[in-house]
Design a protein around this ligand. Structure first.
Ligand SMILES: [Zn+2]
Length: 108
């Protein structure tokens, strides 16, 4: 969650003093929180540190490291999906689920 600071000036200060690794950590955390700390593939809930970020379109196929191409995934799903097409893999593994729409609206 976003830290609760005493005044707007504190947020500005925080923003200006943020280092690149901190910004990256915050970004990664924001993506996980956006999906309520659930693996988008199996739908299970996890602690922040247990979740990985999966490239929906694998880097191997030119998938970019941007918010629209990253979703939280448990290690097991991330590993099993590998370089497969996400939708084909997901349907094969879990059948058709509403989580497909979550991903589709995130990546478009
Ligand atoms: Zn999973």
């Amino acid at each position: 969650m976003t830290p609760l600071l005493p005044s707007p000036e504190h947020y500005l200060q925080n923003l200006l003093t943020m280092t690149s690794p901190e910004a990256k950590r915050l970004w990664r955390r924001a993506i996980k929180e956006h999906f309520n700390c659930q693996c988008v593939y199996c739908g299970e809930s996890y602690e922040l540190h247990e979740l990985t970020l999966d490239h929906v379109v694998p880097r191997f196929y030119g998938g970019e490291t941007t918010t629209r191409n990253l979703v939280p995934s448990c290690r097991k799903c991330n590993q099993n999906k590998g370089t497969s097409n996400w939708l084909a893999w997901m349907r094969q593994t879990f059948g058709i689920t509403p989580r497909e729409d979550l991903i589709l609206s995130h990546i478009k």
